[in-house]
Design a protein around this ligand. Sequence first.
Ligand SMILES: [Fe+2]
Length: 254
Amino acid sequence: MIEINIISALSDNYIYLLRNTEKNITSVIDPGEAEPVEKILNQKGWHLDEIVNTHHHYDHTGGNAKLRDIYGSKLIAPIYEKERISNVDIFVSDNDIISISGIETRVIHTPGHTIGHVCFYMPEENKLFSGDTLFYLGCGRVFEGTMEQMWSSLSKLKTLPDNTLTYCGHEYTASNAKFSNHLDPNNELLKIAFSEIKTKRANLEPTIPFNLGKEKKINPFLRVDDKVFTNSIGLNTTSVSESFKEIRLQKDNF
Ligand SMILES: [Fe+2]
């Protein structure tokens, strides 16, 4: 069993500090800055063994160098971003089975937000670290890949078990919930989630992690292959990736 410390960083990023007490291994996923991570490591008296990146954006990697300097941690990052992330010790690619904090983890290549983006799935822990590919009630902006690639990446995540707890890279949930509710106002499950989200954010609590099974029923970006849903929101598109593109563009301009 792994302990996960959620660290808020920069304006709305989340850094995840993973601790395997049994094996005495500590890892950090996407340290956008070093200081808040260092502070907790000092408080707990832990050494940082591994730094893991989902993609090259600075708000996910900005703390790599300083943490590596202090702790001599091993840096694990996607091979597809080797030109964009420095000093990587272990490159990973799609379907690799690796160890993060001593826990078996599958690498899932999810191009779209960036070309080389990967997610990390821990089957025994039912946990997914989705970076900027899947957000609670949303998905990442498509900066480097195509809309088709982003949809295909989200489809891969959709195949993971319903009991998966998802840890994403940003606290964008309130804004995503407003958009989802605007699009799909009669979805009862979404209404309940929206109200829970409002309460959590009013108390400045993270809305992370979120349940993937529920997400498959309320996140519009995961439902573009459901004809009943796309018809109900008035989409007259000819393909699933067209529907995805339409919803992504609507959200970009919401
Ligand atoms: Fe990003």
